[in-house]
Design a protein around this ligand. Structure first.
Ligand SMILES: [Zn+2]
Ligand SMILES: [Zn+2]
Length: 327
């Protein structure tokens, strides 16, 4: 098959053997795969190499074309989603208490296991998500990481009903999360660099759009920081009201500057992180996205445009959710 692989800190297009599904795995022909900032962290080595020559991509929409002997309920031709969480141990204290996202032995798609920048991908049946056939693959793909992580971040943000949410950085996950929060009646302020990000925030009718140093017009009840920049966490804490919560949604972040306790953290402001997601998060969010008809703002690229998409994401030129469409 045709695949994009990470070698020596760069992506290379190569011919690769077709994946062979393990007994409990599905073999999936990729229809579309979303582009995520985590893919850049894998390529750049911000995340340590776990599988040399790995195929990145962990927001896969595809069709089942093969299966191992132990697969029970998913049939050929069914449409499934493949997300970041590839497998967990099932026996550690986090797995046993509904927090499999924190499993120390978890494996991840596009980091420990080959992902969706390829024609085919293998996924454990138990970690795949059934997807409807009647939606566009391009519109479903960004839901599988950007959407699910945004959903978990929003829950971790403990936004009160009708509260004020600040969103720092306005890429794929932020734009889906803003839609979700607005649907729930929140006031949403977007603080972001990039003309395209700011224009998208305006299109989505958020209540305030400001540049990266902007101060929101009201104190925030909650903030979610999607930009991978530690200094923005303190900026968000300073804009958050007493008793509020700031969530860092990224898997990687530059160092956080010294925090002035009195100014930025006292008065019971909470600073929290988000780490991957449980399968329950994924299933809940995908059902919610369908019921609410959440529509990611997609910028599509061809399979030969993977490197272009990642370059656009890196430079801040990207708009909304970047998705690779299979040939
Ligand atoms: Zn991701
Ligand atoms: Zn575990």
């Amino acid at each position: 098959m045709d695949a994009w692989k990470v070698r020596d800190g760069a992506l290379h297009r190569e011919a690769a053997p077709d994946p062979v599904p393990a007994p409990d795995e599905l073999l999936v022909r990729v229809e579309a795969c979303g582009v995520c900032r985590t893919d850049l962290h894998v390529i750049d080595g911000d995340l340590p190499v776990r599988r040399p020559g790995v195929v990145p991509g962990h927001q896969v929409v595809g069709t089942v074309v093969g299966a191992g002997d132990a697969v029970r309920s998913t049939g050929f031709g069914d449409r499934v989603g493949v997300a970041w969480l590839h497998r967990t141990c099932g026996t550690c204290r986090w797995c046993r208490s509904g927090r499999e996202n924190l499993c120390p032995d978890a494996g991840f798609t596009g980091w420990d296991h080959d992902g969706g920048y390829a024609e085919l991908v293998a996924v454990p049946e138990a970690y795949s998500y059934p997807l409807p056939n009647d939606d566009e693959a391009l519109a479903l793909a960004p839901l599988l990481c950007a959407g699910i992580i945004g959903y978990r971040a929003l829950r971790r943000a403990q936004l009160p009903p009708g509260g004020v949410l600040g969103i720092y950085g306005f890429g794929s996950s932020a734009s889906i999360t803003a839609q979700l929060a607005k649907t729930a009646g929140a006031t949403v302020f977007a603080i972001t660099r990039g003309d395209r990000n700011q224009a998208l925030a305006r299109e989505l009718e958020v209540d305030f759009v400001g540049g990266e140093d902007a101060v929101p017009p009201e104190m925030l009840d909650s903030a979610i920081v999607f930009a991978p920049v530690g200094a923005i966490l303190t900026q968000a804490l300073d804009a958050t009201a007493r008793g509020g919560t700031v969530v860092s949604a990224g898997i990687h972040m530059s160092p956080i500057p010294e925090i002035d306790y009195d100014r930025s953290l006292f008065y019971e402001r909470d600073l929290r992180s988000v780490t991957a997601n449980t399968r329950a998060d994924g299933a809940e969010f995908l059902a919610l996205a369908r019921n609410l008809r959440l529509a990611p703002a997609v910028s599509a690229y061809g399979f030969d445009g993977v490197a272009d998409a990642l370059a656009d994401l890196r430079s801040g030129r990207a708009r909304g959710s970047l998705v690779i469409q299979a040939g």
